[in-house]
Design a protein around this ligand. Structure first.
Ligand SMILES: NC(=O)c1ccc[n+]([C@@H]2O[C@H](COP(=O)([O-])OP(=O)(O)OC[C@H]3O[C@@H](n4cnc5c(N)ncnc54)[C@H](OP(=O)(O)O)[C@@H]3O)[C@@H](O)[C@H]2O)c1
Length: 327
């Protein structure tokens, strides 16, 4: 194991080996990964946001193959229906439903939660995967900057509305797809939403992804004792429509080194089904191993208990909820 740990550290240090296809291929051999086809999710209910494209779609297909009862969430009803039908055909599953919700529209998030609660008496895995990097600044219906609304506030609201069902389901997991881009971002609360004067899509995205990883730890600390496991992860660099649209030059230059969507989805599906994921809580993963949430001294220095408390309060206020379990 020592040799494997040393080798893993060597791969992790340069971002290019770690995040690229190379990292995936080396680690999968080094750690003798089990096939995801051996993960059994029969009778487990899994909700996945952003299940219509890229990593989420590849994850949804593999989850369906593992037997999960799946709810695929994307913004457009027709696209959701088409993708759900394609996943059903590819996996042979007849347990796939879909629901249209923009994660930055809190009314739609509430409707999604209502639908899950009506349709399912259990919730084994809630996956917050929906995400995008937008070069142009947009606002969500409540006026919050859209990256923050859809990737920080909306997911927080959805977890809160489904928390009771998660607590009632033995071994439930909440998984959040962040990004290695968050390594560059300090923990900002006052600056979490960038204004129109200083907006830069990649910086806004990194700040939102940093907030996701921090909130993941806070959820685990607050509600892990009730039996719910919270993990965040990043997929490495993955060849998806999202990367093509947001970072076309990067996608072109890195083309052969990018991971496939299925490779980008591997750790997500593994965390959804493998018992090892239940042995810890609040961690940040890449390639089936926990990773540090800071690599730079300046981001570590920004991550204070006061800012964490402030972040939780700020997000709860925007979401209009106060997560609590009365028992
Ligand atoms: N690809 C990478 O290299 C990479 C690296 C780091 C992190 N990530 C993260 O991985 C996740 C998936 O990214 P991807 O590369 O697979 O992107 P993608 O191909 O563009 O897929 C994004 C998915 O998110 C959904 N989505 C986007 N905004 C949404 C919103 N406001 N409400 C609901 N659904 C929304 C999209 O659904 P509809 O368009 O159908 O609504 C789509 O299913 C994201 O969180 C991304 O930040 C990706």
């Amino acid at each position: 194991m020592d040799i494997r740990n040393d080798a893993d550290r060597l791969i992790e240090a340069p971002v290019v080996t770690s995040f690229s296809r190379m990292g995936f291929e080396l680690r999968s051999r080094l750690d003798h990964w089990t096939s995801l086809d051996s993960v059994d999710l029969t009778d487990r209910v899994v909700v996945i946001t952003g299940g219509t494209s890229g990593i989420g779609r590849a994850a949804a297909e593999q989850l369906a193959r593992c037997g999960a009862t799946l709810v695929v969430v994307g913004r457009a009803h027709d696209r959701n229906a088409l993708v759900a039908a394609e996943i059903a055909e590819a996996s042979g599953s007849d347990r796939i439903s879909h629901h249209a919700a923009d994660m930055g529209d809190y009314e739609q998030v509430r409707q999604l939660a209502e639908r899950v609660l009506v349709d399912h008496t259990r919730l084994d895995v809630l996956i917050h995967n929906a995400g995008a990097l937008s070069a142009v600044r947009h606002l969500a219906p409540d006026g919050t900057e859209a990256t923050v609304a859809s990737q920080v506030v909306g997911p927080f609201l959805l977890t809160t509305l489904l928390l009771e069902r998660l607590v009632d389901t033995a071994g439930a997991r909440v998984l959040t797809m962040s990004s290695g881009g968050m390594y560059t971002a300090r923990l900002h609360i006052a600056g979490l939403e960038m204004g129109s004067a200083d907006y830069r899509g990649s910086e806004q995205y990194a700040r939102a992804k940093r907030a996701q990883v921090t909130l993941n730890e806070l959820w685990a600390a607050r509600f892990g004792s009730l039996g719910v496991t919270f993990h965040a992860l990043h997929p490495g660099w993955v060849d998806t429509p999202g990367v093509d649209a947001a970072l076309p030059r990067f996608a072109k230059a890195m083309g052969p080194f990018l991971r496939s969507p299925a490779q980008g989805a591997d750790t997500l599906v593994w965390l959804a089904g493998d018992p090892e994921a239940l042995g810890s809580n609040g961690l940040f993963w890449l390639d089936r191993r926990p990773r540090p949430i800071h690599k730079l001294a300046r981001t570590r220095a920004s991550d204070t208990p006061e800012r964490r408390t402030h972040l939780w309060r700020w997000v709860a206020e925007r979401a209009g909820v106060d997560p609590a379990i009365d028992r």
